[in-house]
Design a protein around this ligand. Sequence first.
Ligand code: PHE
Length: 462
Amino acid sequence: MEDQRGHWSSSFGFVLAATGSAVGLGNLWKFPFVTWENSGGAFVLIYLVCIAAVGLPIMMAELLIGRKAQKSPVGALKAAVGPAWGIVGGWGVLCGFILLSYYTVIAGWSLFYFSKTLGWTAGGFPTDLQMGDLFGEQVSNGGLQVGLSLLFSIATVSIVYFGVQKGIERIAKIFLPILFSILLLMLISAARMEGFGESLAFIFIPHFGELEPAGILEALGHAFFTLSLGMGAMITYGSYLERRQSIVKSAGIIVLLDTIIGLVAATIMFAVIFSVAGMEEQVSGSTVGMLFISLPQLFYTEVPFGTILGPLFYLLIALAALTSTISLLEVVASYVIDEHGVGRHKATVLCGATIFIFTILSALSFGAVDGLSTFEIFQGKPGWFSTADHFVSNWMLPTGGFAITMAAGWFMTRESTMAELAGESEPAWFSYEVWRFFIRFVAPAAVASIIIAVMFFGTDFS
Ligand code: PHE
């Protein structure tokens, strides 16, 4: 039978698509605030170690499982590792389903602030506006929240609908260069600000006395989230690779780009914050709101060329989020396509619509509907959104990631993983034996420590 599955048209297209999946709200929204909360330098250094020692080997493992099997996670793990491993794939599909359902809500906020900043740029910034109030009003407006998420879901579905090459790859090729350019413009602008030096020092000079043990584990948890690992997204993207397309080199580039973008985003945001007197204290009160409460007005008062960069910045967030949501929907849709023989168009719409039902619950859990906003399953995580995020970040990604290390390090034979990784024109920095040591020992030990921390010490990674 003819091979009906899609393929990336080139390694370059694949690298852009996978980088698009990795670069998202994790880099622009989560990374800056966890770095801030953990006092910078030392946390960043530990995070970089986690990326290199845990993230990179697992990225290669996921890609190799996908490319070897040419199937989405459930089928891929069954084929590459063993029939029982389909469960791990199913866990990933479920994780993609839940993660997409709430990620879309935050992505929707970027649309709101994009349109707001466009309005302010055109009509002037209203000086009497309180950003905290604006934020509170928008998140608790149920109709607005559902509407914004719906817009974002429709955008996601309409890209995945067109498949791997004509949808996902094509969009990545257009969006990622735009995203890089906007970020570069912002970096140039930030470099002209007074707080730039202080920002660099905060991020790159480690002070180990300031890092709490929980911060180490938080760095590890974030490494998973930001690289889209632990739930099969990279298995799925790897399954559209052809044998001649390199895994090792691609994984290196994806991980490097994702890391640079997180660091640049944090540098820009802290440069703005350090440039404004009193801002530091204000931000500490609400680090999560950094992006949507502290920053918006500063574009109009502090940032050079801020009137142009303001809307561009929120556009950047929306584009970054969109190239991530399409990878999440692709995990779920490709499962339905591969395992249940449903056509792509039907599968995409069906999955998109089903997931959206749960998006509504998240969208209404920021104050719009009382019951949805206040119930508490996990202590200190009230409401549907926080419950879902807590469950995914603390339970699903680490356990999924741990299973992948077991699959690639212990259950697949040395020959089979070696055939995927070592046969290629290996870059000088890569050694199969080192990879094997990391995937068998270092990565699982590190991930197990997260899981243990969550179970026994109640550490929170969301
Ligand atoms: N990596 C994405 C981000 O940083 C989130 C994501 C996780 C996307 C898992 C796909 C799969 O925002």
